[in-house]
Design a protein around this ligand. Sequence first.
Ligand code: 2AM
Length: 172
Amino acid sequence: MSAAGRLFFALLPPPDLQAELGRLAVWCQRRCGGFAVAPENIHLTLLFLGELVPGQVDVVRRAAAGLRRESFGMNLDRIEFWPGPRLLCAVPDQPLPAATALSAALRDAVRGVVTLPPRPFAAHITLLRRLRRLGEVSMLPLAWSATEFCLLRSQPVGRDVRYSSIDAWPCA
Ligand code: 2AM
């Protein structure tokens, strides 16, 4: 049986893109303060599930495995400031119908098993948290072809977090 914890579905960029976005996060941090997301933690959240117990994790995994999935590409084009949580994010300029559909399908698949937070899907990659000031930042477009999605566990490590993969499913 799968161990429980604070879980979420996400797309993980390949390591070279994580490294590139991690460098961008550090560059932004010099201009805006706050806390840069570590390269290995760079992700695009599809659906946040919250704290699950082991029995729920297995049902969620089976639900994800049964979904129809297609691969898709995107361009991360620009940096956006989210004032509420004081985040700086890399976002695509174009709509992402396949990612939106996958997020919605995951939401439907786990309904009845997990009580989900109401936040709607908005494709973004968090670069900075608790930003202190809105400095001048920009980015060159970065292309990403998403070929799998993952179920990740978030664990606190001191004042930081570490994400570990519980399972992953290819998008074909
Ligand atoms: P984000 O930074 O890309 O928004 C693991 O906790 C991840 O799930 C976080 O990095 C955050 O991704 C997302 N997350 C955390 N709490 C959330 C919530 N209440 N609703 C939606 N997403 C959340």
